[in-house]
Design a protein around this ligand. Structure first.
Ligand code: SF4
Length: 386
């Protein structure tokens, strides 16, 4: 084992805005509708937390991502205050600044305001361009509003990504995909409808058949591939150069700060022999009350399995030599057994130092990663770390 050389400067920032106009029946994110005074207190909390983070870490941002929730649901002055806090204490992204946008919140004036604040990329929650599907999903916008939102944002010079939900009963997937691409988006995130416990869909007994899920998965790739999009991650497709640089940082297991209630982050280690720390902020009311985040130190073995779990989602996979350098673990040696077993099963490919999932492997990624988690060599490596 060689000495690890993990990152220490943080180059990515996620900001969580937990407010939405209404709560969608499939949503299990940390969201709530706005109430008098709550947004003001949230903004004060953001100002204080951004100042604390700036004191605690070396920060030099490449990307900023405002997600939620519905960040575009903040009023113009509120969003300006939030961006002001970020810029004052942590700076702004050099290469990419993304705002998640709900179609119902877009107008030419607001798009111009968002551009003036410094956002250059918009991730738009289109979900479908079929009114019946949108109604089933409990969305507040209709197909026409979604089209207008994307067109307006492209007209305001945003790089636009459209979110789609697939495997919705009765959804016309082909026209959803063609319609979105025809609007001019350069990036599509396509996630299968999942019914999480505790959501309204779960209470109503909505289910998604595995066959529908798989069909949605395969047809989306075929349709978007034919339209010039590369599937660069399990659920994400881009024209060349339109990949999400911020999300690539997650999949490359880079460090990022998480600002705001419910935000997760991947922080530098605090000098106690670990490689990094995972950090999850409490939900809004506890966050406002000053409750501390949940912190988990990441040792070398966890660092490697996290990197594999996320990196194998990428078409380009994981550079094992680079990961060995960052973690101090001889990854090819410590994980020789699960690598060989999954290559034999046709789920992974090893080309030089690059380990990638095959198309079948992408479908069975949880199974592949479980093999790595169970590898005794991983624990051995950890216990030998100083
Ligand atoms: S808009 Fe998005 S974050 Fe808000 S409730 Fe709906 S799915 Fe959840």
């Amino acid at each position: 084992m060689t000495a690890p050389h993990p990152d220490s400067t943080v180059r990515h920032l996620y900001v969580h805005v937990p407010f939405c106009p209404t709560i969608c029946p499939y949503c299990d994110f940390h969201v709530l509708t706005r109430r008098a005074g709550l947004v003001e207190r949230y903004l004060e909390g953001i100002e204080a937390e951004a100042a604390r983070l700036a004191q605690g870490y070396a920060v030099d941002l490449d990307t900023v991502y405002l997600g939620g929730g519905t960040p575009s649901f903040l009023r113009d002055a509120e969003l300006a205050a939030l961006v002001g806090s970020v810029r004052r204490h942590l700076g702004w992204g050099r290469t990419e600044n993304t705002l998640e946008v709900n179609p119902g919140t877009v107008s030419p004036e607001r798009a111009a305001h968002w551009r003036a604040l410094g956002f250059g990329r918009a991730s738009v929650g289109v979900q479908s361009l079929d009114d019946a599907t949108l109604k089933f999903l409990g969305r507040q916008h209709d197909a026409q509003q979604a089209r207008e939102a994307v067109t307006t944002l492209i007209g305001a010079d945003f790089r636009v990504s459209g979110d789609l939900i697939t495997a919705v009963p009765g959804q016309p997937l082909e026209s959803d995909i063609r319609g979105l691409v025809d609007l001019g988006v350069g990036h599509v995130s396509a996630y299968t409808l999942t019914v999480e416990p505790g959501t309204e869909f779960a209470r109503r007994g909505v289910t998604v058949e595995e066959d529908d899920e798989r069909e949605g998965f395969e047809r989306t790739e075929a349709l978007l591939g034919a339209l010039g999009f590369t599937r660069y991650e399990v659920s994400n497709y881009a024209r060349p150069g339109e990949e999400s640089r911020h999300n690539l940082a997650y999949w490359h297991n880079r460090l990022y700060l998480g600002l705001g209630p419910g935000a997760a982050g991947h922080y530098p280690a605090s000098g106690n022999g670990f490689l990094s720390r995972r950090w999850t902020n409490p939900h809004l009311h506890d966050w406002l009350a000053g409750e501390r985040p949940e912190v988990q130190d990441v040792d070398a073995a966890e660092f490697v399995t996290d990197a594999l779990f996320m990196g194998l989602r990428l078409r380009d996979g994981v550079d094992l030599a680079e990961l060995s350098g960052r973690s101090g673990v001889d990854v090819r040696g410590a994980y020789a057994e699960p690598i060989a077993a999954n290559v034999r099963r046709g789920l992974l490919m090893l080309e030089g130092e690059r380990l990638c999932a095959t198309p079948q492997g992408w479908w069975a990624l949880n199974r592949v990663v479980t093999d790595f988690l169970e590898e005794p060599g991983a624990a051995l490596t950890t216990s030998s770390r100083q």
